[in-house]
Design a binder for this molecule. Structure first.
Ligand code: NDP
Length: 515
């Protein structure tokens, strides 16, 4: 087993991970068409091949969609009693919880994210299945006050077949955020995980089949360069849900528009972290460094714009940079490692270019800006980049306005509350923000003026299955988590019942002709 050759990994008895090849998961089994193209999945820390994966083309995607449609129409899941549906989701949660260490290990290997992050993140994922299982057991319809002798009851029913396109930065978290409400609502799904990190999601599809999800309800196709477009443009989808870059989001919305299907999108971000002079400075430093560099900065809600009130700017940024310099870079599977590499050569190039650009545009490189030295031989070729802070930035710089999606933070100052709000909102994105202040009135006042979908006060990056998650402006459309997610994945059916016994005949006059 591959894991056995790694210094910090212990092979887990009974682990079924790391097949040398993965096909698509369709109709409750692995599917590998003859002579099909495959691609390699790479360990970004070592740049070694982990396995091959079927490069699902339009024909494979079509097979998956047909399978999901047949499963939906059969009613095996869509019309299953919600108690039974909830029980299968809970069974999935139990099975996943038992296997969190395995999933976290693979998640760390395929993404390069530190194992301590993945253990913490994956440990919570069963909660999403449990939360939506509980929701469908307790969710009630409505009975609007229809005029006259009528009872109008409104039920929520599934949309049908949904295509879920998920990224590489949090492969399992983002997939489960979509899968749990989609399945709870009774839909059938085709998940297209990122080509860079598909293993855990393919394994999760298998796990859900093992716990009793009917075949075809959860299909999974991995592929690169065309698979996502084949799925989002498929004419037999009822919904597409994407987490990815904003340019991809625009294409997905356009394709879905052609097919008149519902779209949910969670796209790019450039989250401001607004630090006022009355903040608890020690906690603000710890919190903003966490908000910036968790996941090697590769997360849509990463705090990438550090906005500090001008009278504490120099001192705060100096202390922030001191803390950033101490972030422990290393082998992601070493439990002491705090930051791993970025995902691939493309992201490394992007990060490098933005660092150069930031300096050319007049920013001051305060730390990082290069690949780290002194990494062990095994990982010396990995896609590593030092955590980077560029100070004295201005709002017009490209490095301030565009999403880097890596460990690159820009810092600049603001004068007062109005200036803080104006600068924080001066962005095409509107996903998330954090506000750091001990003045409770100010914190809420500023939160109320930020054009973003998520605001943390004196914290950053916190997520819960119950808490709505999504963006304004170019950061996407719709919300994950909470009752909003169940609503996104359902539609209403309004049933109007007349109970008036008075005979009714609108055409009682018969066949008379008038005029
Ligand atoms: P992309 O957004 O370019 O691609 C993500 C997924 O979308 C891939 O699986 C891809 O599949 C699919 N896709 C591409 N084109 C289409 C299409 N026309 N219709 C449907 N699906 C499509 O992300 P990358 O991984 O290339 O990263 C590029 C940038 O995107 C990052 O630098 C970052 O800025 C942003 N990003 C944002 C994320 C977030 O959480 N908001 C997550 C990941 C990336 P296929 O390969 O088959 O085309």
């Amino acid at each position: 087993m591959l894991a056995a050759s790694r210094q910090f990994l212990k092979p887990r008895s009974g682990s079924r991970f790391f097949q040398s090849h993965y096909g698509a998961w369709i109709d409750g089994k692995e599917f590998n068409p003859p002579n099909a193209a495959t691609y390699d999945v790479e360990d970004p820390a070592r740049r070694t091949k982990l396995c091959t994966v079927l490069d699902a083309d339009a024909a494979v995607v079509d097979k998956a969609v047909k399978s999901s449609r047949a499963a939906f129409e059969s009613g095996s899941w869509s019309r299953m009693d919600v108690r039974d549906r909830a029980e299968i989701l809970n069974e999935g949660a139990r099975a996943l919880r038992k296997r969190v260490p395995e999933f976290a290990e693979v998640e760390s290997i395929q993404t390069g994210r530190a194992i301590r992050e993945m253990n913490a993140q994956l440990g919570r994922l069963p909660e999403w299945l449990e939360y939506f299982a509980a929701m469908i057991r307790t969710h009630e319809g409505t009975c609007p006050p229809f005029k006259g002798n009528y009872v109008n009851y409104v039920k929520r029913v599934p949309l049908g077949v949904a295509g879920l396109i998920t990224p590489w930065n949090h492969p399992m978290l983002i997939a489960i955020k979509k899968i749990a409400p989609a399945l709870a609502a009774g839909n059938s799904i085709i998940v297209k995980p990122s080509e860079f990190a598909p293993i855990t999601v393919l394994e999760f599809a298998k796990l859900m089949t093992e716990v009793g999800l009917p075949n075809g309800v959860f299909n999974c196709v991995a592929g690169q360069g065309g698979c996502g477009a084949a799925l989002s443009g498929h004419s037999d989808l009822d919904m597409v849900d994407l987490t990815g870059g904003t340019p991809t989001g625009r294409k997905v919305h356009a394709a879905a528009g052609e097919n008149l299907c519902t779209v949910l999108s969670e796209l790019g971000g450039k989250a401001p972290m607004v630090v006022f002079n009355d903040a608890d400075i020690d906690q603000a430093i710890n919190g903003t460094v966490f908000g910036s560099f968790i996941a090697t900065g590769q997360t849509c809600i990463a705090g990438t714009r550090l906005l500090v009130q001008e009278d504490i700017y120099d001192e705060f940024v100096a202390r922030y940079v001191e803390k950033v310099k101490k972030i422990g870079i290393g082998d992601p599977q070493n439990p002491n490692t705090q930051m791993g590499p970025v995902i691939n050569q493309g992201q490394l190039d992007k990060v490098r270019e933005f660092c150069s650009l930031g300096v050319q545009e007049g920013g001051k490189l305060l730390c990082g800006g290069k690949q780290p030295d002194g990494l062990g031989a095994e990982i010396s070729n990995g896609y590593y980049w030092e955590p980077t802070v560029i100070g004295d930035c201005t709002p017009d710089m490209r490095v301030v306005r565009e999403e880097v999606f890596g460990p690159v933070i820009v810092a600049y100052s603001f004068k007062d509350e109005a200036d803080a709000i104006a600068k924080a909102n001066d962005s095409d994105f509107g996903l998330a923000a954090s506000v750091w202040s001990k003045d409770i009135k100010r914190a809420h006042r500023v939160a109320d003026r930020l054009d973003v979908g998520i605001v943390w006060l004196n914290d950053h990056h916190r997520n819960d299955p119950s808490s709505p998650w999504g963006g304004m402006k170019d950061s996407g459309v719709g919300r994950e988590n909470g009752i909003e997610a169940l609503h996104e994945y359902t539609q209403t059916r309004s049933v109007v019942v007349g109970f008036d016994d008075t005979p009714f005949d609108w055409f009682i006059e018969g066949d008379a002709r008038y005029g």
